[in-house]
Design a protein around this ligand. Structure first.
Ligand code: ADP
Length: 442
């Protein structure tokens, strides 16, 4: 088609829309391409004295769709060989708008993809379309104007309905916003409520632990006071019963002597218990201050070997105190440490019928492991922690005597020395109590 005079712009526009409709573009796209075409045509008429307009159908292999191309070959060369539409919005009406070289000539090309669902564009169909378009005479400028008006009205209508839709959407959005705000407020309130609850809970917890601390302190104080008060009368009973049984006193009948003996041994047991209670109360109230010094384990072990041999009265049980590896020093309190080990060895000897009770010392990096192991009755796994509770004795163990205060006291002392006291044992296979101490002290 030739575009030479103003009038031709209307014809080109009209033809553009007809071709677009014929190849299957949707109504909106028909208007778009027709509008873009009339704008470009107007530009080229002004800058290049017109153009020859060709409609082409191509196939985009990548998209798998037909594409409608409109080429406008300018009559005179384009200024600077380039083309820029007067209005920037024109390029947005089509998929592509630009200058391309076509067989040496420069043409302005625009394109729009044909929808996939439009009727197939076979060569026969294209020939048919060509014939159809050739037979219809282009309308006048007035026809085209009427047509454009119609399109404008339709576009305005669409804009209005879009605006209405937008208003509905907006009000829905506001509604949703209000809902979200209400939810947010509710959540904030709930969070504050929960926070208040947590704060109250913490306050209660603090109060409870203060009460617990106070209770534990008063228990220690009570134990210390009672045992202290008991010591004097019990010691007096022991002294008096010793006096009664003394050969210098009036002779007793055999029965009286037996009863006085019973009083004395019961009082001695009671004194033992009172002393242990006092020790434990002192350790718990933190009134024991370790006397820190570099302790050599070898003389300490030698001393234990000597004093405990007297307790190892069963010939079937051997007491083995191994020589500690050299150098054998640890920063600790010798008296407290000896007390702990003596207690563990004593227990070992008490609860072992045959085999051995062994004390060893092992150095691992910056810690000493001092272990007392025996081949005795052992302690069931589920009672491993309970034996460290005050007064707890494994059922059946009471017949060998004791108070159930030795292990809790030993653990307290080891903690004071900056270490731990652990037990590993199996019922019937013996037990191992291990004191682990830092070489450099607490
Ligand atoms: P006591 O020996 O005065 O009863 P302890 O606190 O020293 O109190 O020990 C608590 C209990 O732990 C003991 O009564 C005994 O049942 C158990 N126990 C302690 N040492 C051993 C051991 N070496 N072998 C088996 N049981 C033990």
């Amino acid at each position: 088609m030739a575009l030479r005079v103003e009038q031709d712009i209307f014809v080109v526009r009209q033809r553009g829309r007809e071709v677009a409709a014929a190849v299957g573009l949707e109504h909106q796209d028909q208007v778009r391409i027709a509008t873009a075409l009339s704008e470009v045509a107007r530009d080229l008429l002004r800058t290049a004295d017109g153009a020859d307009v060709t409609f082409l159908i191509g196939f985009d292999v990548v998209a798998g769709r037909h594409v409608l191309y409109v080429d406008l070959a300018p009559v005179r060369p384009l200024p600077n060989g380039s083309y820029q539409p007067q209005s920037g919005a024109v390029a947005r009406l089509v998929d592509m708008l630009g200058v391309v070289a076509d067989e040496g000539d420069t043409v302005v090309r625009m394109s729009r993809r044909v929808p996939a669902n439009s009727p197939a564009l076979t060569p026969e169909r294209l020939a048919e379309l060509r014939a159809e378009l050739g037979s219809t005479a282009p309308g006048t400028a007035l026809d085209e104007l009427a047509d454009q008006n119609g399109q404008l009205i339709a576009a305005l209508d669409e804009v209005r309905s879009q605006r209405d839709e937008l208003e509905v959407l907006n009000s829905e959005l506001q509604e949703t916003n209000r809902g979200v705000m209400a939810l947010y407020n509710q959540l904030t309130e709930e969070l504050e409520e929960t926070n208040r609850g947590v704060v109250a809970l913490y306050a209660e917890l603090d109060e409870k632990s203060a009460q617990l601390r106070a209770a534990s302190e008063s228990k220690s104080r009570f134990l210390a006071n009672v045992s202290h008060e008991l010591r004097a009368p019990v010691t007096a009973i022991i002294g008096l019963s010793r006096l009664l049984a003394d050969s210098a006193s009036d002779p007793l009948t055999a029965e009286q002597a037996r009863q006085v003996g019973l009083i004395r041994s019961s009082a001695a047991d009671l004194l033992g218990l009172v002393n242990e209670l006092l020790d434990l109360a002192k350790a718990e109230s933190g009134r024991i201050e370790p006397n820190w010094a570099d302790v050599d384990l070898r003389p300490l072990y030698g001393q234990l070997r000597g004093t405990l041999r007297a307790l190892a009265t069963r010939p079937e049980v051997e007491l083995v105190v191994e020589e500690p590896p050299h150098p054998a020093t640890v920063r600790s309190d010798e008296v407290l440490l000896a007390q702990v080990l003596r207690n563990l060895l004593h227990n070992g000897l008490k609860f072992t019928e045959r085999g051995e009770v062994r004390l060893r010392a092992e150095r691992r990096d910056d810690r000493w492991s001092l272990s007392v192991s025996d081949t005795g009755v052992g302690i069931p796994r589920e009672l491993h922690e309970r034996v460290f509770e005050e007064f707890y004795q494994v059922p059946g163990a009471t017949r060998v005597g004791g108070t159930g205060l030795g292990l809790p006291y030993a653990r307290r002392l080891v903690m004071l020395l900056g270490g731990t006291l652990e037990l590993s044992s199996e019922l019937g296979r013996g037990s191992t109590f291990t004191v682990t101490l830092p070489v450099g002290g607490a």
